[in-house]
Design a protein around this ligand. Structure first.
Ligand code: ADP
Ligand code: DP6
Length: 330
């Protein structure tokens, strides 16, 4: 039996990935940019066992269906088997350090942790760039969780995906004053998956072309705002990029509405970008970036708006491979 273990951070995209040019390889239509989060981590243990007849995955003790395993984890494991030349199935156990009932997506961190743990188990010595390409096969956003700090995912142009990988652009301590507040308004889970949703958008949204142009044009100023630690510009760009993706969702047919009344209140409260910048993925709970000095007042507003809990996250230094990285609270 071959065993490996790793822990990876979740990431939140500032410039979002919403639309693929190739679904089998998870090749995106646009570059995206994310921040890895210290407070939301997933640890995965992988055991390759010659006795198994298929891959098995448990997340926080709950067994995933064969269909789910096939469309996500096994895409990573298949590639690892191909590279190592070992045709052995694996059993994967995965835990998040935050409650699964919080409605926070954890697949990116989970798939990244699985990628690192399986490479460790098979004794493959791969650099993060290669690992990001493999994590991408499991779930697009997972390729960014292979790194800490600020991460860019280059969409690439090749059909085989060899130029679609991630790199770290700034380390976790580049902007120490920046914090992410994650208010929990709902643990509602019923929604269309990102995978399904983005394919509906690619097929039906007339605004998609316009958004791709917007991303191309504004990515340099997002990078500048981070490089210069320009909070005002960063908040504005964070808000604009989130709104741009949600406009595409609304413009899809049938429309995709991931935001709820609470989300609109957050938009209303922080939309001027003066002290914070919000961003929403395919769900109603926001990530609200602010400077450390304003965190308390932003948190107070979020609680007044109805948040039952506010998770405060620093920027993650990156994943850890091996048992040493295990979080004692897990
Ligand atoms: P998202 O995080 O993208 O919102 P889900 O939480 O529904 O979406 O996860 C999508 C799929 O990712 C799940 O169906 C499951 O197959 C896979 N997945 C999620 N977490 C893990 C994990 N920790 N390890 C392996 N696969 C996972
Ligand atoms: C809204 O990475 O979950 O979070 O590649 O099909 O697995 P698949 O999709 P996924 O989509 C994430 C979409 C998003 C935006 C983002 O993280 O960039």
């Amino acid at each position: 039996m071959l065993e490996g273990e790793a822990e990876a951070p979740s990431n939140i995209a500032i410039v979002k990935y919403w639309g693929k040019r190739n679904s089998a390889l998870n090749l995106p239509l646009n570059d995206s940019l994310s921040i890895s989060l210290e407070a939301l981590k997933v640890r995965s243990k992988v055991v390759f066992d010659p006795e198994l007849s298929k891959d098995k995955v448990r997340v926080n003790g709950v067994k995933l269906s064969d269909e789910e395993v096939k469309s996500y984890a096994s895409r990573v494991l298949d590639r690892m088997r191909e590279i190592s030349g070992k045709s052995i199935y694996a059993v994967v156990d995965s835990w998040s350090n935050f409650p699964s009932s919080a409605g926070l997506a954890s697949s990116a961190a989970g798939i990244a942790a699985l990628t690192l743990a399986s490479s460790d188990a098979l004794g493959l010595k791969m650099d993060p760039k290669e690992l990001s390409k493999i994590a991408r096969l499991g779930s697009g956003s997972a390729c960014r969780s292979v790194y800490g700090g600020f991460v860019i995912w280059h969409s690439g142009a090749r059909d085989d995906g060899e130029d679609s990988f991630c790199e770290q652009i700034f380390t976790h301590d580049h902007w120490r004053d920046l914090v992410d507040l994650i208010p929990i308004f709902t643990d509602e889970k019923k929604r269309i998956s990102s995978r399904k949703g983005m394919s509906v958008s690619v097929e039906t949204s007339n605004l998609m072309k316009c958004r791709l142009e917007f991303v191309r044009e504004t990515l340099p100023s997002v990078l500048d705002s981070i490089r210069n630690r320009d909070a005002k510009k960063f908040f504005e760009m964070t808000i604009r990029h989130s709104n741009s993706m949600h406009a595409i969702m609304m413009d899809s047919f049938p429309p995709l509405i991931y935001l709820n009344a609470m989300s609109l209140k957050v938009i209303d409260s922080f939309g001027d970008g003066k002290i914070a910048g919000y961003t929403f993925d395919a769900g109603p709970n926001p990530h609200v970036f602010t400077l450390r000095k304003d965190a308390e007042s932003v948190e107070k507003t979020l609680i007044e708006l109805g948040a039952t809990k506010v998770i405060k996250s620093d920027i993650s230094a990156g994943p850890r491979v091996g048992k040493k990285g295990v979080d004692e609270n897990n």
